[in-house]
Design a binder for this molecule. Structure first.
Ligand SMILES: Nc1ncnc2c1ncn2[C@@H]1O[C@H](COP(=O)(O)OP(=O)(O)OP(=O)(O)O)[C@@H](O)[C@H]1O
Length: 681
């Protein structure tokens, strides 16, 4: 699929998308998280792009939701689903569900839904899901001890793109490499020409490093990356530790098979610190501590030696020959010879103690104590002083051992992590996908849903077109969009075939019935379950839902509304048209004629339509065909409130609220006035 073929993807977006690892896959699978990783693409935009890609894949031109009110109901339905997701990812992913006209898309999502509703929501899963988020690539860490070197300008540029963590150096000859080897602990030369040269230090010549072509900076060879910049994998895992641990908990709580062995991942994670350094290695800790404590330990060792000597001298009677005494007086404090002669053993003991202290304090091992020995010794002096050169040598050796150890551990751990790098993507994707499924499952359970039946599938080819077949039929439908708590929503049974007028008392639930039909249709064509005991509908080619207008329109607005209906009537075949009290747009007499005209046209085409109207009688009279009129009936008045039967009665012109009240007054009083009024209805 060409990226620019996706609706809504222009040249700029396509170029942003092309920087993803596998843009085609991300689009095909509606992977909003991956799409949103493209530079400058928000998650909201990513969802729209994914929707576009899905549409294209199913040959679906969109435009199912033809009016503002239809789009509003879709947004509300989506809102109900999104409220039931824990992660931002799932919320965005849910936005890739849209009401489709393509049978293949609807059945694809219906299959997903069938699996999803089997999922048992569980508070432990929800808690774990709160910590899951798509894996992020942390910004590159600067690695100072390693450099890449090349004599080739193109390779230089490619290496800079591919390894932003490292210094990339230009070299011309062996001399340059030798110089680099003095500044960096490791130098990796990328050119074959330098193979076999003999340079002091850790210099590697590697010609197997794939740098990718100019335009393709994303071809990633994980193993090589792990070898060249193990830090990248370490920081990736350190950065995503929380999400990975949460994803493991989700799998455990949901009893899902994880894409990676949890013990292995946990083990690897426990070895990397938050800043990407390797932890938990005794030897590395020892070496790091030794380097850090070296100065202090040498100082203490000096004190140990001097304390010993001071005590020894203090306790001794020193015999001094006259010659020595003279030389002392004449030349200043030349005590060394005295020390070596008189206190030889004590001096040796002091040095031994100092060396022992140093070796113990720094926990030196292997060849290190020999190096440490050189820190103290030589010509006897008092006070005993360190040999600065030996200290510096020891420091260099310990630091080098520490760095070697750290580098080895880093590459060992990175090699282990590179094997986990792809499986953890699946691990997290599975957890996030479970969140999407659980949102649908919760929706299904909390709103007592059922899977709707498409009449086209049930009746075969002739089904949808046959004149008597219902357009939509619901049993026990309960809209979660009503302004009352869902438990108090009364179930509605209603079916419509062809073109129908819906009459009824004020506040009887006419608008709510239209909302219910719109919601069921939208959910059904999204491939989702619907809040009803049973629901059957044809696969509509679009939904035109016009909300009640706010009063009489001026001439201009009236004209444009009429134009809208003119266009609608032009291509209404297979559509569901819901219209709420269109009559208020102009004076009642004219309204009835206009509505009658629209209904005639819709009837001629194969549309399913419900028009809510208080002018049902007048419209029926004005129409040239017999329009079905259904009614929402009040069954009585209780404490001044109408008691309503919410399910419309088929082929029944419901009495209006005024009629009911006049009837009530006529029953209660003998006055002829009310009787007279009643006769007029
Ligand atoms: N199925 C139902 N269960 C519970 N309450 C309902 C149901 N349907 C409607 N209602 C309640 O009745 C109120 C009025 O409903 P609605 O606006 O649909 O009536 P209407 O017939 O369109 O009124 P009007 O003639 O004034 O336009 C709703 O706000 C809701 O509180």
């Amino acid at each position: 699929m060409e990226l620019e073929d996706v609706p809504g993807v222009g040249e700029k977006t396509a170029s942003a998308l092309s920087q993803l690892e596998d843009p085609e896959r991300a689009l095909r699978e509606g992977d909003v998280a991956a799409i949103a990783r493209a530079p400058g693409i928000s998650e909201g935009r990513a969802a729209a792009i994914a929707r576009g890609a899905i549409r294209r894949q199913h040959g679906d031109d969109g435009g199912f939701l033809a009016t503002d009110r239809a789009r509003e109901i879709y947004r509300d339905a989506l809102g109900l689903l999104k409220e039931r997701a824990e992660t931002d990812y799932a919320e965005k992913r849910l936005e890739t569900f849209y009401p489709s006209v393509a049978p293949s898309r609807i059945s694809e999502v219906r299959e997903f839904t069938r699996q999803a509703i089997k999922r048992e929501p569980d508070p432990a899963i929800s808690t774990a899901l709160e910590g899951v988020q798509p894996l992020e690539t942390p910004s590159p860490v600067r690695v100072r001890e390693r450099s890449l070197a090349t004599a080739d300008a193109e390779r230089y540029a490619a290496a800079q793109r591919r390894f932003p963590e490292l210094s990339i150096e230009v070299i011309e000859d062996r001399q340059d490499v030798a110089e680099l080897a003095r500044s960096y602990s490791t130098v990796i030369v990328l050119d074959e020409a330098f193979a076999g040269m003999d340079v002091a230090g850790d210099v590697q010549v590697r010609t197997d490093v794939q740098l990718g072509s100019e335009s393709d900076g994303r071809s990633v060879d994980l193993e090589t990356t792990a070898e060249i910049v193990p830090e990248r994998l370490l920081t990736f895992f350190a950065h995503n530790r929380g999400a990975l641990q949460a994803a493991l908990r989700v799998h455990e709580a949901a009893d899902l098979e994880p894409a990676v062995d949890p013990e292995r991942l946990r083990g690897a994670l426990s070895q990397v610190d938050d800043d990407g350094t390797v932890v938990g290695d005794g030897e590395l800790d020892r070496l790091s501590r030794a380097v850090d404590d070296l100065d202090a330990a040498v100082g203490t060792a000096e004190s140990v030696a001097n304390d010993h000597l001071r005590a020894a001298i203090g306790e001794r009677d020193v015999t001094i020959e006259g010659r020595d005494f003279l030389s002392l007086v004449e030349q200043g404090a030349r005590v060394d010879s005295l020390l070596s002669r008189e206190l030889h053993e004590e001096y040796e003991e002091a040095i031994r103690k100092a060396r022992e202290h140093l070796a113990d304090a720094l926990a030196l091992s292997d060849g290190e104590p020999e190096l440490a020995e050189r820190v103290f010794g030589g010509e006897p002096t008092f006070p005993v002083e360190r040999n600065e050169e030996a200290v510096s040598r020891l420091r260099t050796e310990l630091s080098a051992a520490r760095d070697r150890r750290a580098a080895r551990l880093k590459s060992e751990l990175a090699a282990e992590l590179s094997a986990l790098r792809e499986p953890v993507e699946t691990l997290v994707a599975d957890a996030l996908e479970l969140d999407v499924e659980l949102a649908v499952s919760r929706f299904y359970r909390e709103f007592d849903c059922t899977m709707p039946t498409f009449l086209d599938d049930e009746l075969g080819d002739r089904g949808a077109d046959s004149a008597e077949s219902p357009g939509i039929e619901v049993v026990g439908g309960r809209s979660p969009l009503l302004d009352v708590a869902f438990e108090s929503v009364e179930p509605v049974d209603y079916g419509v075939s062809g073109v129908t007028l819906l009459s009824g008392v004020n506040s009887g639930g006419k608008t709510s019935t239209l909302d219910l039909l719109a919601l069921l249709t939208i959910l059904a064509q999204m491939g989702l379950p619907v809040p009803a005991e049973e629901a059957r509908l044809r696969r509509f080619s679009g939904l035109d839902y016009y909300a009640k207008s706010q009063g009489t329109l001026d001439a201009g607005a009236f004209e444009s509304t009429l134009r809208e209906f003119g266009e609608l009537a032009d291509g209404a075949d297979g559509r569901l048209v819901l219209v709420d009290e269109l009559e208020s747009i102009t004076e009642p007499g004219a309204s009835a004629k206009i509505v009658a005209g629209i209904l005639e046209e819709l009837d001629r085409q194969d549309a399913t339509a419900v028009f809510v109207s208080h002018l049902a009688r007048e419209i029926r009279e004005a129409a040239d065909f017999s329009i079905a009129v259904d009614g929402i009936e009040a069954v009585g008045l209780e404490d001044g409130e109408l008691v309503v039967e919410r399910s419309p009665v088929r082929n029944h012109l419901a009495r209006s609220t005024p009629e009911l009240i006049v009837e009530k007054l006529a029953g209660e009083s003998d006055a002829a006035f009310y009787e007279g009024l009643l006769e007029k209805f």
